[in-house]
Design a protein around this ligand. Sequence first.
Ligand code: FPP
Length: 251
Amino acid sequence: MSSPQSIDSSETSSQRTPAHVAIIMDGNGRWAEERGMDRMSGHAYGVEAVRATVRAAMQCGVRHLTMYAFSTENWNRPSAEVDALMDLLVRSLAAEADELAGQGVRLRAMGSLDRLPEGCREALAGAETKTSAGDKLDLTLALSYSGRWEIVEAFRKALVSGVAPGDVDEDTIGQLLAMPNLPDPELLIRTGGEQRISNFLLWQIAYTEFHFAPVFWPDFRESHFEQAIEQFHSRQRRFGKTGQQIQRTSS
Ligand code: FPP
């Protein structure tokens, strides 16, 4: 049986709702600067956009939502901003965990979590425990995360566990990623105007459809999520096949 990460080339229609949507939340700083506010206000307003996105994902029947909350590269920001972001994360987790649990959300974090301040790791552990029974939406926060970090970690795990070179295939690598049972995202949404991947989910996005939402993250709401899903439905996913082959399969 193939692992959830492998590409299912028989699935060429985009008519169904994507099971897994990944999001790059970008533009908090610019949103704040446009309003004469400090960058942290942009992050704080971004929390409401996270809430709206969770609601929209559940409403649309999405099963897995992965949000890029703090990248490995974000550690290079001024320490005052890093500290304030960690603090916002701790406060948001404390404030939202019960609500998320009530909604049936299971929250988890992936990344180099041992780099996070202790208070942050505790808040994450608390929220993960409170929401562990959630069976409607898997919400994964990518924190202190980068795609290259994840691939390096996978190599390390392979070497430590003594995987033989002949046993290495895509499924083996998929099983060594940070969230081995998470299917690849079918749709990746990025806000904020940039059209790049910024070291997010490098292995998993081999055949992911991209949607660039024309708003800064704090302004992202349910309607933007729904527009992304609608655009996804209009895409023809070919997975390397020809358009003719796809027509034959779907007729
Ligand atoms: C990118 O905007 C955003 C971040 C680095 C942080 C994302 C954090 C949040 C949305 C708030 C809290 C999240 C949770 C999960 C509680 P940017 O600062 O790079 O914006 P810019 O490109 O305009 O400078």
